[in-house]
Design a protein around this ligand. Structure first.
Ligand code: NA7
Length: 875
């Protein structure tokens, strides 16, 4: 065992503790890829470290999972360490996806090369861990009964290391041989001449079934849920991969670090729903022939966020399965229909589907014929018993959290980690847990981990933890711990990120849904390794934002704050915009700004299909103006309209935009609310300043009311809506209609409205920069639109108007909008004046994100609420 080193290590000034055998800087649990690299890093930093490993040698998941056909599913070139360039040079992978024995040889080679075994106690686990607050140390109890004391405690226990308990009645009664893919005997299993049952068709089942089927006499595969699989097309590393990698290894590794999945690949920018059928087929065929998970999961930009887009790939894969499996009934059973493709980890297969063409292989669909029990001689389903010599369980893992909560971990004030995580894991960055000082998890829940190339994620975590420990050492601090506020904000962010995608729809181990009783929470962070790395780097650069540090003398420092307060997709859009280094809109002049907005609109994804779109004109006070009418599709073809009508005013600061510029948003509102949406144009500033837009907006409403029937709408059910400056006009129109005795307005939907010219509003100061609508842009809009004296006119600042007797209102404000406070103030004032008002505050949104249909997916639930409110106006 290594000795603690007072000279270079972390402070070891605590009182001696008689029953403690060893006192080290860091205890590392697990000797897989993560634990080994961490031990290597710590040694290089002059820290004393002790590793513990349950197995009797290194390898982690590759030590245990020795089932036939076990391979990695990320190409070996990628699924290998990058920290040691010499190692990269001297090791050559024999196959695209290395087998378990070859990966284990690699791990052995690394452990030997860096002499890592000397710091590891094998065949020993950590059973319990307790934070000793007085001494700022962890006390760890081993399976041998001794106690080890350490300043830091790191769980490098892997995400798929705790096998799921077998949860099938009678399993213990079986008298034949029983194997589990995750604990396969080291000297192999001979299945020759045997009748074999396999339960489970995840990756382990898919990899092992074809090989076991080749050996045995008869095989029955018990399938609860079919998985999507594409051909692995194993063989030597493909030339295209070598071309990308060889000769530019460092650059390649760096690209991997900043990629989405930890493998360099340009993210798809095309949308499946915009592509032609032929384009889609071409791309899916390429995925099918390439045999790479990363390619499959990112074939189109909308694949994992749009169900219709996803279905196009589902249909393609179903077609492939039917083309391989000759019996149509078996093929149908093998076609997954209960989850979007990619929402469970796609399997890489070699002869898996073809195996079901063999006469000695049967497939039982457990949804149709559930297992009643396992008996002494075999498996009984609702169809009757079948006898077997061998049962193989390929039933998966208690993923991501299982191995961590298997240890009895007690943090500050005796808090148990298992209790804290009873409703799902709470972590800050997937690295640390509030209330558990100096405790780290490598690739823990809340980090990209299993959604990425694990090697990239492991190295990033090890490096971050090592830097953090060194930073503490340099400051003379003795502990670091996540602040509860930072932790809950991160958990929220991780959930928000998952909820943008289709991932939560599947009953997957990503969701904890495979383990009975486990909380249904999406465990990994879906935002990608590059964005995540950036986040962790920023936390460090912001003096460990969200962390509390303590020193020996009781001193406390806390970098208060939250690292990602915006919605994940809003963050991504802002990052993409920042990369474009666009000039501020107001510097382009009104013509230039309009041209820019039009060009941008051409590149955005479209909104949903509506029943009908009709363009036309209506008479404004100074000449004809354009409108675009969106009619909902009538679900019942015998019952056409008339629909309620929403007169909609577009945004653009009274300067930009037209009746088509909010097209996706209008479509979305039309489809969701079932109302016809009439998007009307109005004259713009500076050519036609205040009150031209107001006059036009009022005229549009009157014309719509007079012509509703001709538009196929119901004249007695008319509401108004608008976004930004358009919401300003909608609010003003309601006041005008009240004052002039009509038309009757059923409701007003005001989305991030301008309601007042108040340069002193706190939200204008807080969100003045960085959230698209800046203070300077807002002031420019006002300057174009209204003379200073006119800005207090209620027709420009409706908050300053008479607010009694107005139509019911639904006001939406965004948290990071300079206009947030005036929107809220309008909602409050409407309420005080006795109107019916609902105010919806959009957490993590900016001024422009709510109406960015199919771009900012996190706005969708808020748009659904808006539509519900519109339905309510007409109820
Ligand atoms: P998985 O992917 O969790 O697969 C486990 C399989 O076992 C899956 O088909 C399960 O069906 C099935 N299962 C689990 N419990 C039962 C019971 N009680 N009855 C019938 N079937 C059951 O684990 P793997 O080991 O295959 O792969 C894990 C990861 O390792 C993989 O994603 C790669 O990253 C490598 P279910 O789908 O839950 O209905």
């Amino acid at each position: 065992m290594p000795e603690s080193n007072d000279e270079v290590g972390i402070d070891t000034d605590s009182t001696a503790d008689g029953d403690v055998g060893v006192d080290v800087d860091v205890v590392v649990v697990g000797a897989g890829f993560a634990g080994l690299y961490l031990l290597h890093r710590l040694r290089g930093l002059g820290l004393s470290a002790q590793g513990f490993e349950t197995g009797d040698d290194v390898g982690g998941t590759w030590y245990w999972n020795r089932y036939p056909g076990a391979r990695c599913d990320i190409q070996s070139v990628d699924y290998s360490y990058s920290f040691d360039p010499e190692l990269e040079k001297e090791w050559e992978w024999s196959e695209k996806y290395a087998t378990q024995p070859e990966i284990l040889r690699y791990v052995d080679h690394v452990a030997t090369r860096h002499d890592l075994r000397r710091d590891i106690r094998f065949s020993t686990s950590i059973d319990a861990a307790r934070w000793d607050e007085d001494n700022h140390r962890w006390l760890l109890t081993t399976s041998e009964g001794d106690t080890v004391r350490s300043r830091f405690y790191v769980m490098a226990t892997g995400c798929l290391s705790q096998p799921k308990q077998i949860d099938i009645d009678g399993a213990e009664n079986f008298g034949g041989e029983v194997y589990s893919t995750s604990r396969w005997p080291h000297d192999g299993v001979d299945l020759t001449g045997k009748r074999v049952a396999v339960i489970g068709t995840g990756s382990s089942g898919v990899q092992s079934i074809p090989i076991m089927a080749d050996q045995c006499d008869a095989m029955t595969v018990y399938q609860r849920t079919p998985n999507f699989a594409i051909p692995a097309r194993n063989g030597p590393t493909p030339q295209w991969k070598l071309d990308e990698y060889e000769g530019r290894e460092a650059e390649y590794r760096n690209d991997a670090k900043w990629s989405r999945a930890g493998v360099p690949r340009e993210p798809a920018t095309e949308f499946a729903l915009l592509a032609t059928e032929e384009e889609r087929q071409t791309r899916y065929e390429r995925v099918w022939h390439e045999g790479e998970l990363v390619g499959a999961g990112s074939s189109f930009a909308d694949l994992m966020v749009n169900e219709d887009a996803n279905q196009t790939f589902v249909d393609f894969l179903h077609g492939k399965i039917r083309s391989i499996v000759t019996d149509p009934e078996t093929a149908a059973k093998l076609c997954p229909t209960d989850h979007p493709v990619g929402s469970k980890r796609i399997c890489l297969e070699t002869d898996y589907y073809a195996t079901f063409n063999k006469s000695h292989v049967d497939l039982v669909d457990l949804r149709a014929n559930p297992i009643v029990e396992i008996t002494e001689t075999g498996v009984t389903t609702s169809d009757g018993p079948t006898e077997f010599d061998v049962i193989v369980y390929a039933t998966g893992f208690d993923a991501m959290t299982g191995a961590i909560v298997a240890v009895d971990i007690e943090g500050r004030d005796g808090q148990s980690l298992a209790d804290k995580w009873a409703d799902g894991p709470l972590t800050y960055l997937g690295l640390t847990v509030a209330g558990f000082p100096n405790f780290f998890t490598i690739t823990g829940p809340g980090s990209p981990s299993v959604l990425s190339n694990m090697m990239v994620s492991i190295e990033q975590h090890v490096d971050w933890i090592s830097d953090c420990i060194v930073d503490l050492r340099d400051r003379g601090a003795t502990s670091i711990e996540a602040a509860p506020q930072a932790e809950s904000a991160w958990v929220q962010y991780v959930n928000d990120a998952a909820n943008i995608t289709l991932f939560p729809q599947a009953n997957s181990w990503y969701m904890g849904a495979n383990v009975p009783g486990k909380p249904r929470v999406f465990l990994p962070f879906v935002g990608g390794v590059g964005a995540y790395r950036q986040t962790c780097n920023e936390v460090r650069e912001l003096d460990y934002l969200g962390f509390i540090r303590r020193d020996r003398t009781g001193g406390v420092s806390h970098a208060v704050g939250v690292i990602r307060p915006l919605q994940p997709d809003v963050t991504a859009v802002l990052a993409a915009m920042a990369e474009l280094e666009l000039p501020p809109l107001e510097t382009l002049g009104h013509e230039g700004a309009r041209a820019f907005m039009e060009a941008t609109a051409e590149q955005r994804p479209p909104g949903p299909e509506v029943g009908e779109v009709v363009d036309g004109t209506f008479p404004g006070p100074a000449g004809d103006l354009n409108y675009r009418l969106y009619r909902p599709a009538d679900r019942d073809s015998n019952k056409k309209g008339p629909h309620p009508l929403v007169v909609y005013y577009h945004g653009g600061g009274w300067v930009l935009g037209n009746h088509m510029s909010d097209d996706p948003f209008c479509r979305d509102l039309c489809v969701r609310s079932g109302a016809a949406v009439l998007s009307v144009d109005y004259r713009h500033a500076p050519e036609a300043p205040f009150p031209a837009a107001v006059d036009d907006a009022v005229a549009a409403l009157s014309w719509a009311a007079d012509n509703a029937a001709a538009l196929g709408a119901d004249p007695d059910r008319i509401a108004v809506a608008g976004w930004s400056a358009g919401a300003n006009l909608a609010a003003v129109v309601c006041q005008a209609a009240r004052d002039s005795g009509g038309p009757q307005i059923a409701g007003q939907l005001l989305v991030t409205p301008v309601t007042n010219h108040d340069p002193a509003s706190p939200s204008l100061a807080e969100n003045a920069e960085g959230y698209v609508l800046t203070r300077s842009l807002m002031e420019w809009f006002w300057d174009q639109y209204a003379e200073p004296d006119d800005r207090t006119d209620p027709r420009a600042s409706p908050l300053r108007g008479e607010l009694e007797d107005l139509p019911p209102a639904y006001v939406v404000t965004s948290q990071f909008d300079p206009l947030r406070d005036e929107g809220r103030a309008y909602a409050d004032a409407l309420q005080s004046a006795g109107n019916k008002v609902a105010h919806r505050s959009a957490r993590g949104h900016i001024h422009t994100s709510l109406h960015a249909v199919n771009v900012v997916i996190s706005g969708a639930p808020i748009r659904a609420d808006m539509a519900e409110a519109v339905r309510g106006f007409f109820a």
